[in-house]
Design a protein around this ligand. Structure first.
Ligand code: SF4
Length: 361
């Protein structure tokens, strides 16, 4: 990835908005969409011609773009889905890739041996410690050690369950890839500051909207999440809750913002239940319209002009930042801080690794 950036004279910041890199961003979005929609394996969006330099660059940088969007969201659900999608994709591609398989697999496992069995078929053997660590995460009797041939500390991943030996090995490697991607995301999130994350607010908002559609029931409205809300959203919710009238801009903002942060339609409708002019059917219709048309929530400038920004200069240090031009940037910044605080209280990724190996031993 670094070589491709260097060879093409591209900085990470240019991936965000350089017009000539639009294909990279489009492909990055498709990768994210495939993961969120849980399209199996390679997905329908893999039509890039990898035999060309441009194709290679687009594919590699699209991965980086997708990862940056995921990290800038500071949303663990999105991170988990994306990582799962990319790991599944790697599983399928590795299973098909005869030429690169030994090299790539050797970088994820402590070793790999290729042998020919009595029927002339290629069989992959992997070290016992790798197998023991990774197999509990995979279901199926194939993955139980008692069902695997072993020899001198090596485990044979012979063909089985309708897959070749290489595909079986790729399935195991998928577990390491998932682990490695999660760690990479954590490290990037640790390093990402508010201003840099804010540059991804548009793609983050778009993918979070899609995620909210897919996992409507998974989003609990916990106190911690409510703590992240920007004052303009918090005030719209609490004013309606107290039966205070909220103007049209405030109501549209409330519904569109709810969608963007992953709340579902029922949760959004419930915000309006105490409104002075509440009508269940009308609310459901209007909220549906906003969800279906994927309205983008208003930015700070519009909210200020329409008396929907409750904050004066000096009252909220985040709102005072020059780059804070949209309430979505506010919530991402809060999520990022919470994420860091939680990580700090748990220890850094490396510390966690050391402590989990210490626990294991
Ligand atoms: S400055 Fe922006 S984010 Fe902060 S309360 Fe006002 S509208 Fe909301």
């Amino acid at each position: 990835m670094r070589k491709i950036l260097q060879d093409n004279g591209i900085s990470v910041i240019e991936i965000i908005d350089e017009p000539w890199l639009e294909d990279v961003r489009i492909r990055g979005r498709l990768r994210l969409v495939d993961s969120v929609l849980q399209n199996e394996g390679i997905g329908s969006s893999s039509s890039i011609d990898l035999s060309t330099d441009v194709g290679k660059m687009t594919e590699v940088l699209s991965f980086l773009h997708a990862m940056l969007v995921v990290c800038a969201s500071f949303d663990e659900r999105l991170m988990t889905r994306w990582v799962e999608g990319e790991a599944s994709r790697a599983d399928v591609l590795l299973g098909m890739d005869d030429g690169n398989f030994p090299l790539i697999s050797a970088s994820y496992l402590s070793g790999i041996r290729v042998e020919e069995n009595g029927s002339g078929q290629t069989e992959y053997w992997i070290p016992l410690p790798d197998f023991i660590e990774l197999c509990p995460r995979i279901s199926g009797s194939y993955w139980r050690l008692v069902n695997r041939p072993t020899k001198d500390g090596w485990v044979c991943l012979d063909a089985g369950a309708g897959e070749t030996s290489r595909q079986r090995a790729a399935r195991l490697i998928k577990e390491r890839i998932r682990e490695s991607l999660l760690r990479d995301c954590e490290v990037r999130m640790e390093k990402m500051d508010d201003e840099f994350a804010a540059k991804f607010s548009e793609p983050v908002e778009r993918i979070m909207g899609l995620l909210s559609e897919r996992v409507e029931s998974e989003m609990p409205m916990t106190a911690a999440i409510r703590d992240d809300w920007p004052p303009c959203f918090e005030s719209a919710v609490s004013e309606l809750n107290q039966g205070i009238n909220v103007n049209h801009v405030g109501r549209v903002f409330l519904a569109a913002f709810s969608r963007s942060i992953g709340l579902n339609r029922e949760q959004t409708c419930s915000f309006f239940a105490n409104a002075p002019d509440y009508d269940g059917d009308t609310t459901a219709y209007q909220v549906n319209q906003i969800f279906e048309r994927e309205y983008t929530p208003h930015g700070c400038a519009t909210l200020k002009t329409n008396a929907r920004c409750p904050v004066q200069l000096g009252e909220d240090s985040l709102c005072d930042q020059e780059w804070l031009t949209h309430p979505l940037k506010y919530i991402r910044a809060r999520q990022r801080r919470r994420y860091h605080d939680e990580r700090e209280s748990e220890g850094s990724p490396n510390e966690r690794e050391v402590s989990s190996s210490a626990n294991a031993s």
